[in-house]
Design a protein around this ligand. Structure first.
Ligand code: SF4
Length: 470
């Protein structure tokens, strides 16, 4: 999401005649787009702001803006008290005020350079600064109205708000026509999108209908929100990427319940199987795991370890639980974010995650969630387990065991692709991405943006090799 926000911020600057620069010395404005999901990310942002003091001293007319989730969490008052040289602060919830802030600081015709400090120099001239030059991110919803016990996102990004479908389609058309044939739809719970009568699946269909669009990806779906129509579309629409990042977080039902994820291990695995079946077996899944959640026993952890193998993930991002998140999550307990009503009601009774049990009934008719507000009972769910912290050495040891399992598994999953047919969207003459999101080298050259059918002949270190069939 932050990359997509950075791209939007860059666009707002470009509209005012700015150009991106990787050279701080030539910049007239600097934006630090911050993240707060982990303490380390926030610490890095704070150090970066501190280092910019020198830049500001040497260039007093230059403008320094702090944006994103950490800006939201820490607030303008606190940031300006610590760094009085900051010119503007805009939290993740307030990106809608970006244009207003720009108007306040710059004349429309201002020509200058803005340094996006994390932008690699080689991508500066490309249309999309943060992913493949042939891919375009389109944000379809902002914020999250769920209430996972460990997550700070709802409090820093606010409740889920879905963007009007017309605006999304216009942006996708524009980007595809500008030479970006892969559209990546973004949202914290992207498949929960609903605006008026437009569902996530309906939106996908319309994006696939754009002639210049050759592939559509989406990030990140939540296991609760796939519906029957989505499976049908996945079955019949080759433009939909055969890849999904589907965070599971834990393999233990007990921990999943404490996390308030709303599904069980069995339901998750059933969903994964349904996705693979609908995609004709070519679907690749990646996931997120959190280890060391308060109260996690060895038995809970072994269930996570076994899920890492059973889930057949091509990739898994593994994180240690952070005590800081406990504090954030506790704050969330007083945050009145809505919950999908049915999912909550069924949390204790093994709610079905089948297509029938999908999200359609969980939302109101407009662009916001319509579930009930969390009850006091829910807020008290954390109970004594939350106080049972896992020691840092134990957490580290579990993380290492999980990483090892994930690595071995990913290697096997990659090898299973050998002999299979894949569609490769070329990014260079001989390198591209399969629909299942693996990097693939082809034995014959083509044009960037072209889709080639290849037979996979080898796999090595997360990369596939393919023989072009046509
Ligand atoms: S679904 Fe859960 S983990 Fe994901 S953003 Fe929302 S609250 Fe956080």
């Amino acid at each position: 999401m932050n990359e997509a926000d950075s791209s939007d911020i860059a666009t707002a600057f470009r509209k005012r005649g700015f150009e991106l620069s990787a050279d701080l010395r030539s910049a007239d404005a600097v934006v630090v787009n911050t993240c707060t999901v982990r303490q380390r990310a926030e610490d890095k942002a704070i150090s970066q702001i501190g280092r910019l003091r020198k830049w500001k001293l040497e260039r007093p007319a230059g403008k320094l803006f702090i944006m994103g989730c950490a800006a939201q969490r820490l607030g303008e008052k606190r940031l300006k008290a610590q760094f009085p040289f900051i010119d503007g602060v805009l939290g993740a919830k307030d990106l809608g005020r970006l244009e207003g802030m720009m108007d306040a600081h710059f004349k429309k015709s201002t020509r200058a350079a803005v340094a996006a400090t994390h932008t690699p120099p080689t991508t500066i001239k490309t249309k999309n600064f943060f992913v493949s030059p042939l891919s375009a991110c389109v944000t379809i919803m902002r914020g999250c109205s769920l209430k996972c016990s460990y997550c700070v996102v709802p409090s820093v990004r606010g409740e889920a708000v879905c963007i009007e479908p017309e605006a999304i389609l216009a942006e996708a058309r524009l980007k595809a026509a500008a030479g970006m044939p892969e559209i990546i739809l973004l949202g914290q719970t992207v498949n929960a999108y609903r605006h008026g009568k437009t569902t996530f699946t309906g939106l996908l269909k319309e994006i696939c209908a754009i002639k210049e669009v050759k592939r559509v990806r989406f990030m990140s779906p939540h296991p609760l929100f796939f519906d029957k129509a989505f499976f049908e579309l996945l079955k019949n629409e080759p433009k939909i990427s055969r890849y999904a990042h589907l965070p599971v977080q834990s393999g233990s039902d007990r921990i999943l319940k404490l996390m308030r994820r709303g599904y069980t291990r069995a339901q998750y695995l059933e969903l994964a199987a349904n996705l693979r079946q609908a995609a004709g077996g070519s679907m690749a899944l990646s996931t997120d795991f959190i280890v060391g959640y308060p109260g996690e026993t060895e038995r809970d952890f072994l269930q996570t370890l076994s899920l890492a193998r059973e889930g057949g993930f091509s990739l898994a991002f593994c994180f240690k639980y952070s005590q800081r998140m406990v504090k954030s999550a506790s704050l969330n307990n007083s945050f009145a974010g809505p919950r999908p009503s049915e999912a909550l009601a069924k949390e204790d009774e093994s709610a079905s995650l089948s297509a029938e049990g999908g999200p359609a009934g969980l939302f109101g008719g407009n662009n916001s969630f319509a579930g009930p507000r969390p009850s006091e009972a829910l807020a008290k769910e954390d109970g004594p387990e939350m106080k049972t912290q896992i020691s840092v050495p134990l957490m580290k040891a579990r993380l290492e065991r999980l990483l090892c399992a994930v690595k071995n598994n990913s290697r096997d999953i990659l090898r299973e692709r050998i002999g299979k047919m894949e569609e490769v969207l070329l990014e260079t003459a001989t390198t591209g991405r399969t629909s299942s999101n693996f990097t693939c080298f082809t034995d014959r050259a083509g044009s960037p943006g072209e889709i080639l059918k290849v037979k996979i002949t080898g796999a090595d270190k997360n990369i596939l090799n393919g023989k072009v069939i046509r």
